[in-house]
Ligand binder design. Sequence first.
Ligand code: NDP
Length: 287
Amino acid sequence: ILIPFLGLVLAFWFYSARETFKPEMLKGKRVIVTGASTGIGEEMAYHLARMGSHILITARTESKLQKVVERCRELGAASAQYISGTMEDMAFAEHVVKEAQTSLGGLDMLILNHVGTSYFGYFDGDVGHIRKLLEINFLSYVAMTVSALPMLKESEGSIVVVSSMAGKVGFPFTVPYSATKFALDGFFSSLRQEFHIQNINVSITLCILGFIDTERALHAAADVLLVPAAPRAECALEILKGGALRYRELYYRYGSTRLPLLLRDCAAELLESMVRSRYRLDRIGSG
Ligand code: NDP
């Protein structure tokens, strides 16, 4: 009886001793948000604007980025600008970071959030698609991190990596996407270890999300998934809080992401069958 009780007391103490988030933490901070023309990235840009950050956003569609930047200025951003281009091109990924150096004079937070288009259905065997998706969803994250590290070391800043439940446990119907998200965990969790060893004070927050109500996700999976989609604006705010508080990992929402993942090591087959039970399998094409 005593051991579980002590465990509960320790857990309570740990959580109550944690620093709480205040919007001022991000006021005046220089932040890059990738994939910010729509979805969760767009919502992160608006939250940052309300908090008074300097924002540099990127994606491919210039007309959408222009509108997001205008809105950010109306909402009170310290400054807001965009660069359009594709993350298939590593030179472009590096160029975005250099722009932060030139126009913001440094960087406090790098939010890696963009995601390339993939399909929802049985794996079709297209190796070329996996290579392309790895470039967009994984290699460009690495390229931006490498370019940004000198600035982040100087500011003792943060890297925020937006991932998914599909990057922690096998998910059917998104095989190429899941592969890229698992790769992010491997790279950034290993890099975090080296930062500890080398006393590099740059935090890495890996964000584990469930189903979120962005247009892309609803279009791809609303008809097939049996779980409700969580609101993207709330999700965006939780990601920013996790980054500002320098969490190792951020689970949004805890009950539907962290708790099931506790089964991974002790009851993996149960977890996998729980994942499969979330789909209306009769609505998936035969592939
Ligand atoms: P969206 O599809 O709404 O937004 C994706 C963003 O990435 C857009 O701004 C898009 O803009 C940009 N983008 C796409 N392709 C490229 C490219 N080749 N080069 C540069 N930018 C590109 O995605 P979400 O908001 O739904 O997802 C955001 C993050 O959250 C992703 O990392 C995703 O994996 C993760 N996530 C989302 C979940 C969900 O249910 N929504 C669940 C779990 C994780 P443009 O087309 O203009 O380039």
